[in-house]
Design a protein around this ligand. Sequence first.
Ligand code: NAD
Length: 465
Amino acid sequence: MESHSYDVTVIGAGPGGYVAAIRAAQEGKSVAIVERDALGGVCLNWGCIPTKALLKSAEHYSFLAHAAEWGFEIGEVAVDWKKVIARSRKTAKKLSGGIGFLMKKNNITVHKGSARYLSANRIEVTDAEGETTELQTTNSIIATGARPGTLPGVEIDNERVITSREAMVLPERPDSLMIIGAGAIGVEFAYFYAAFGCKVTLVEYLDAILPSSDEDISAVLEKSFNSQGIDIHTGARVLSVEPDGDSVTTTYEKEGESTSVKTDAVLVAVGVKGNTEGLELEKIGLELENGFVPVDGHCETAARGVYAIGDVNGPPALAHVASHEGIHALRHMKNQNIAPIDYSLVPSCVYCQPQVASMGLSEAEAKERELEYDCGKFPFSASGKAVAIGETDGFVKILSCRESGELLGAHIIGAEATELITELVLGKSAELAVRDIHMAMHAHPTLSEAVMEAAADAAGEATHI
Ligand code: NAD
C-alpha cells in the first residue's frame, strides 16, 4: 500500500474542507485533501451556487412577465427549461474546476476516494478501483458535510419523491409540486417553481414558514408567497406520501383534520443528516450526537488533534459557517488559547424573492431572555432607492440593547437583503453600537440607507418615517 505523510489531512472538499486546506497550505503546512466526488462539495455542485443560478433565472422570468410596467412590449416569453437547468449546471462545473486550480496553486495533494480512520494519525483512502493509500497525519479535519434527510415512512425515489438535489435538475417543470418543510430549501424552491408557473403547496410542521426567523419576517414572507400563488399550510404534520403512477398523494393533518393533495412530485426538505458513514470514527473513540460529530467551541473533537467542521458537526448547516470553522480550526492548531467561535455573528440568508437575511436574536428570543431592548424598523416603501427600482416590499429591523446600544439582532426582508446584512454583521463583530451604524454616512440613494434609518429608529432618531 502506498503511504504518505502530511501535517494536515482534510476529509471532504466542500467550502469547509477546501478553505481549511488552503489556509493550512498558506501557513506552510504539507496538506492532503480527500474527496470521493467533485471538488466544491454540496455548496458548489448541488447547493448554494447552482440554486442561485436557478433563482436568477426565475427572477429574470418574473421581470419579463412584468416588462410592460417598465416600458417594454415583448409579448409572450417562452421558457426553455432545459437551458435553465443547463446554465445552472454549467455554473457549478465552472466553480468546481476553479477549486481544482486552487488546490494545485497551493500545492495541496488531492486524494480521490473515501477515507476511513485507522487511528487519530492514520487515515486510509480507498479509490474507485479499490486501491488503498495510507495517509499519516499530525492533524486532521473532518469536513464531510451532510445530505438531505427524510421523514419516517417516506421513501425518496429520486423521481417523484425527491430531495433538493433532484429538484435542481428535473427534466421538465412539474405542473404541481408539494414541498414538505419551509426552511431555507423549502422556501427557495417554492419561490423558484412558483415563479415558473408550477402550482406549489408548502407544508410546514411548525407555526410559520422560515420558523427560525424573526416572526415579522415570516409573516411578510408568507403574505408575499400567498400573492405569488403559493399554497401554504403551517402547523401541519405530514402523515403519508404515496406515489401512484404519474402523481404522488401527500396527506397531512392540521388542527385534527386530514387533507390529501395530489401533485406531480413531492420535494422533501426537512433538514440534513451528517455524512459519517464509513469514516469509522469509533476507531478514534468518537460517538455521534443526533447523527453529527460533537465538537467543542473550536471545532475540536474528543480525539485531540482531530477537528470536525461544517455541516457534519451539526447545525447551522451553512457554507460560510463551514469555511469560518475551518479557518478557526487552523488558528486553534497553532494557538490553543484563542477565543471560541462566536455563533451570534452568523448571518443567515435565504435567496427567494423577497430575500431574507438575519443575524443574532429574533425579537421573540430577546423577550424570552427578558432583555431590555430597543427595536428600530424601516420599511423599504420609505426608501427612495427601493421606490425607484420598484422593490418596496419588506423592511429592515434592528434590535439593540437599551442600555449599551449593542446590536442584538438584525432582520431584513426585501431587495438585496442578503447583501445588506453584512454591514450589521461587521458592526456587531467590531462591537459597534447601533448609534455607530446610523451616524456613519450612507450613500444616497442606496438600499443601505434603510439599514441606517432602522438603526436611527432604534435610537428614536429616524428621519424618513
Ligand atoms: P431546515 O432545517 O432549515 O428546514 C426544515 C424545515 O422542515 C423546518 O422548518 C422543519 O420544521 C420542517 N419539518 C420537519 N419535519 C417536518 C414534517 N414532518 N412536516 C412538515 N415540515 C417539517 O432544513 P432545509 O430547508 O432542508 O435545509 C437544510 C440545511 O441547509 C439547513 O441547515 C439550511 O439552513 C441549509 N440551507 C441554507 C440555504 C441558504 O442559506 N440559503 C439554502 C439551502 C439550505
